[in-house]
Design a protein around this ligand. Sequence first.
Ligand code: PRP
Ligand code: MG
Length: 210
Amino acid sequence: MINIALAKGRLAEEGYKVFKALGYSVPAMEKKSRKLIFESPEKGLRFILVKPADVPIYVEKGAADLGIVGKDTLLEKDRNLYELLDLGFGKCKFSVAGLKGEDKNFYPGPLRVATKYPKVAKNYFLKRGIAIDIIELQGSVELAPIIGLSDVIVDIVETGNTLVENGLEVFEDITPLSARLIANKVSFKTKNGVMETLIEDIQRYLHRQD
Ligand code: PRP
Ligand code: MG
């Protein structure tokens, strides 16, 4: 049985569509429910719906053989696993943003950065040689510069609507992001027929989309 961890939410939906298009459908997945595990014994696979930030550890520990998760989560969690394919959906970017029209010369003093992605923010500003104080939040980080909790935020920008609607703007782009197929290292090396076929099928599917 191959276990596939899908990042709960939009990426899981898009990810499941890929498997469905390849003939690995599990009809129960298409119904609205609170179920977290979906099995297809005849196809030899099992989908598990996992909080996005937890997908890398499921895959690293081998609880899942494969996973679909955003590059944002992979950069932040930095787990020991294989990143096999860029799936091409879930496209967005990591950006630094702040109050629209703000004077970007924040010196002196460390820049106060609010984010759900402390590792990504630290790495970025370290490379830029800018001293920062991280204010780690669990979400809605756009509030921080408005309320005066931080000077800037590091967050995901997709359409840019959240920034605009809160009077913020992108100061700098950090890196583009998208959904990735990841694999447990041992499962990948000892991959049996099903796993091998699955990965090849997904690769072929992606080429067809080009
Ligand atoms: C994400 C992200 C931004 C927004 C970007 O937040 O953190 O706030 O979406 O999308 P946009 O550019 O299309 O507006 P999410 O809704 O996932 O909530 P959270 O930050 O509270 O976790
Ligand atoms: Mg948000």
